[in-house]
Design a protein. Sequence first.
Length: 332
Amino acid sequence: MAQKENARSEKSELHPRNKHRSRYNFKQLIGTSKELKRFVFKNEHDDDSIDFADQSAVKALNKALLKHFYNIPQWDIPKDYLCPPIPGRADYIHYVADLLGSSNDGKLPKGSNIKVLDVGVGANCIYPIIGHQEYGWNFVGSDIDPLSIESAKRIVDANKSLQGAVEIRLQSSKMGIFRGIVGAREKFDAVVCNPPFHSSLKEAEQGTRQKWRNLGGNEKEVKHVLNFGGNKAELWCPGGERAFVEQMIIQSAQISNQCLWFTSLVSKSANLKSIYSALIKAKAFEVTTVQMSQGQKVSRFVAWTFHDEAAQAEWAKGWKAEPKPKTEDKAV
């Protein structure tokens, strides 16, 4: 198993193609989305800002960003569901584009010939939005939570640019990741995943408390925001992130010829050792760890493929062909 470490020297910067490398231009964003105006104020440095501990303010900011930068005029999520930081989510997509390019002589593949599976698409549908609007890729988004499925479908249906490009599928099995979602003859060029971070509801609540304190919330208010930033299915699963990714690796080996690159975010660096061990056991041909930075926050994703260099190059030839008409392929 070949393993690579891709770390950038300038960790304070977002990906070069990320639209959010500059500070938020709130005047510009308010011009795009008037709803944001009531949340913007001058901070101690006399700069425009919002209260990032206010779920409504963050949602209004996301609506403005998606409308201004990604031509998504209609976006919303149910109360207490994960409201993602868009710059970091965009970074993941751009680095996945680079990863696909590494199998294509360095050329970034664009257009509807590229098909990506988002495991745990969530109520926000953020990865399909950014991936399609930036690169023209088609997406399948899967989730175990029916309310997330309903929300993601509403977003797709409400935005003309996403219609026909993003399909949302309910995962009915608690143990299923690819089983029940990926059809027997279906192929994906990449898989993206933001796995549940915590291993229990208690741990998730402790994490929310700490996040709230870091954002400046006081202790009296913390009991009202234990669901701030994600619901049960988005925040935790038995065994947490490590168990989820390891199960993902096991199931990826079962469909090794149906996907070029599998990827997953890994929040805890302490989990990498066991994840690498699982990849060796699964006989992945190549593994790469891509480091990402958003300000002081450092994150990463692990990517693996079961295809050698020749097979990767052969796979990439299909990206240059005319898009095939969509056919139904029942998941197994």
